[in-house]
Design a protein around this ligand. Sequence first.
Ligand SMILES: [Mg+2]
Length: 313
Amino acid sequence: MRIIGHLDMDAFFASIEERDNPRFQGLPIVVGADPRGGLGRGVVSTANYAARAYGIRSALPITRAWRLSEAARQQGKPAAIFLSGSWRRYSEVSAAVMALIKEHAPQMQQRSVDEAYFDLSPTGSFPNATALCRLLKARIQQELHLTASVGIAPNKLIAKIASDHDKPDGLTVVAPADVADFLGPLPLRAIPGVGPVTEQFLQKRGLRTINDALALSQEALEELLGKWGAALYSKIRGIDTSPLREVATAKSISEQTTFFADTLAASVLIPQALELCSHVHERLHEEGFTVFRTVTLMVRFADFTTLTYAEKS
Ligand SMILES: [Mg+2]
């Protein structure tokens, strides 16, 4: 029997800011681009729960976040605090979180800066795995003064959905016998990979919950969604046999910038691109790498159209 855990830090960047700046305690915090009084560019990276109560969330254009904050302020609520983020500090805290997980569950796979899968099978049972995760959460709380949400399940897919089920500070256990009951009533959006566009597309066809979609054959789902339909057919049944990858396979270093005024002038763009490249190159060495495989350039226009170009070395 496999027992897999997935841990996801709650509002990670914003929680670190709240922890490190006592004057922000309890206030809405938004980490992301500079809103520049409603004229800024770029998006929200993380919002804490007080900011989410205003409707501010990750990936929202920063100007919309700013307007939501202003609307709240006009109702007498505190305005959101906008911060550009201290990435070095966040990656230090991330390393501390990952070290704590590894101490309790040595076979782990870091998924992102604040998420990891880990193998709980050696504990022998779901109750033992649950006890271990309670301890892990308590240590993160006591030693790092941050909260995490954890899911425990028979595979990575369900563990990830479970960690998201009861945020913040959640612990959701889905034993093999409970998989169908757990997944059935969830909105299709709970499936990793189903974004707002797919969700809307499916809703228009009367498909809201996982139970709704279970009624469709694999062929019917493929007809609706193409290749992704076959994957979704397995996912809504909780099927996932993917192994933990101990060594992070994809490691990337990136830098980005946002222009305050629209421009296509090479005299503006090229010096900026060169500066970003030299930062990335510096960090490559700082992090101990001697080679790289792929260089990717991404351009996002004012209307959020995004183009990428990748070159393998
Ligand atoms: Mg998180």
